[in-house]
Design a binder for this molecule. Structure first.
Ligand code: CS2
Length: 488
């Protein structure tokens, strides 16, 4: 079967790019060449290129793996984006990617692309754990391997902070205006978060460069949203059926998409607004809404759902006990938010339930359960602190936390074992070694460095509630514990 590429005539079952990709130059280097870039930022850029043109195509960078490059290079960066929803399936071929590079063997080319005057934005989706920023101090984390390596060898960096700082240094030396840095990961105040990490990394190398970055580089915050499950064989088979060609880079997603961005792009940006992006002064309230309601509920349902045998998010919505807990969590998370003009949080919650119910999307609870230590603080623990400050019930947050702790044991009630897939996996397992009692498990996990805010641990009743719920899981089994929680 021939591969999809720029010389192919596509079948009429799929929408082709509304422009000639090769006529548009590169303006963006994106770090993190995964599914989310393809379903979100590249799709917005594709629509902006079709509507208003411009040299805004994207060079995608996979920091470690070469697989995305092998998928995309033979296809001239083209890939099929399949949207699946209750109203049917839509597919389009995206032309926004102008190239693909891998940090495994192309570090010099990556720096060259980032230092190129044509590059005006460096955007990122490297997941919460990919930055090497210490959440407690806000600075670069020298215990993170890529940070240590790049501090030792700053000329040929391979990590996020090292690459951004070196590329900015090269631009400054050559008298080229800096690029805008656009963090698109699910972290609160993600622009300020990345700025602090970058400036601190630069300070460890050259305080003067750090000052220049602090003063001249824009780091707008963004809220990104589109549920994008891992690709399956069905994705690839459907892409072939739709385009008429083999497509190793296809991706599937839901119809819903949202992007809220702070409009601080001193060197310009694509017309993402024509594709529906919303530009605002302050993204923080939107980020909190999405992180706490969508992602917080996702994490809760991932742990509880996985343990009770639900493979996909949609299955948890079909389980009456889980559905009640999902609704309870959405309401509790909403209650921690400051009002957002024009947004009704209960309508947003209903829309989220509809999205979670999407029968066409096979989003694995095990996928969402990954990297819990990186997700819990902003999704569950901070909201719990705010709920407490407002005199609201801590129970939904304690339940989510206890479900995560139960999940950390790495074994289902039926005896099957699974990998935690968390950067703190080794530390979690060694702390839990030999522990079987609820109190011991809660203590061991609460002491994980940098995870639980001291203020939360100091709240009378917090640990007791988590311990009581965990005891229910351990004594009665996961399904019974979840059912009984749904009745409280
Ligand atoms: C999910 C997110 O895997 C996860 O942790 O909660 O990837 C979620 O699907 C997206 O943020 C939706 O925009």
């Amino acid at each position: 079967m021939d591969r999809l590429n720029a010389s192919r005539t596509l079948s009429d079952k799929v929408k082709a790019p509304g422009y000639t990709p090769a006529e548009h130059g590169t303006g963006i280097v994106h770090l993190g060449l995964g599914a989310f870039l393809r379903a979100h930022l590249a799709a917005y850029t594709d629509a902006a290129l079709a509507a208003s043109g411009g040299d805004w195509r994207i060079v995608g960078v996979s920091l470690r793996s070469t697989a995305p490059v092998e998928e995309l290079e033979p296809q001239d960066g083209l890939y099929t984006l399949i949207e699946r929803g209750p109203a049917g399936t839509n597919a389009r071929v995206i032309g926004a990617l102008s190239g693909a590079l891998s940090g495994a063997n192309q570090r010099a080319e990556i720096l060259e692309a980032m230092a190129d005057p044509a590059t005006r934005i460096v955007s990122l989706t490297v997941t919460e754990k990919g930055y090497g920023i210490d959440r407690a101090t806000g600075g670069a984390d020298p215990s993170f391997p890529a940070v240590a390596e790049d501090l030792a060898n700053p000329i040929a960096p391979g990590g996020v902070l090292g690459l951004i700082v070196r590329a900015l240094e090269l631009r400054r030396a050559a008298g080229i205006a800096p690029f805008t840095v656009l963090c698109c990961d699910n972290l609160p105040e993600n622009g300020a978060f990345l700025q602090a990490g970058v400036v601190d990394f630069a300070k460890r190398r050259d305080p003067d460069l750090a000052d220049w970055i602090a003063q001249s580089v824009a780091f707008p915050s963004t809220m990104v949203d589109r549920i994008t499950p891992a690709r399956t064989d069905r994705t690839l088979a459907d892409a072939t059926a739709l385009t008429g060609f083999a497509d190793a880079a296809a991706i599937e997603t839901e119809p819903f998409t949202q992007w809220v961005i702070e409009d601080r792009f001193p060197s310009g940006r694509p017309d993402w607004d024509v594709a529906g992006a919303i530009f605002v002064e302050d993204v923080a309230p939107y980020e909190h809404m999405k992180l706490r309601m969508l992602n917080g509920t996702h994490s809760m349902l991932a742990y509880a759902g996985f343990l009770s045998g639900h493979r996909y998010v949609r299955d948890t919505m079909a389980d009456p006990a889980m559905r009640r807990l999902i609704k309870r969590h959405l309401a509790a998370a909403a209650a921690t938010l400051t009002p957002l003009p024009g947004i009704d949080f209960s309508t947003y919650a209903e829309e989220l339930c509809a999205r979670f119910t999407n029968l066409e999307i096979a989003h694995e609870t095990y996928q969402i359960a990954m990297d819990g230590t990186q997700k819990l603080p902003q999704r569950i623990l901070r909201p719990a602190l705010d709920a407490h400050a407002e005199g609201q019930s801590l129970r939904p947050f304690a339940f989510a936390t206890a479900a995560w702790m139960r999940y950390c044991l790495g074994r289902k009630d039926d005896g099957t074992t699974y990998a935690l897939r968390d950067p703190m996996e080794g530390e979690i397992s060694s702390r839990l070694e030999g522990l079987t009692d609820d109190v011991g498990i809660v203590e061991a996990l609460c002491e994980l460095p940098g995870l639980f805010p001291d203020a939360l641990l100091a709240i009378p009743g917090w640990k007791a509630a988590v311990t009581e719920i965990l005891a229910g899981f351990l004594q009665n089994g996961d399904v019974a514990a979840i059912r009984s929680e749904a009745e409280t």
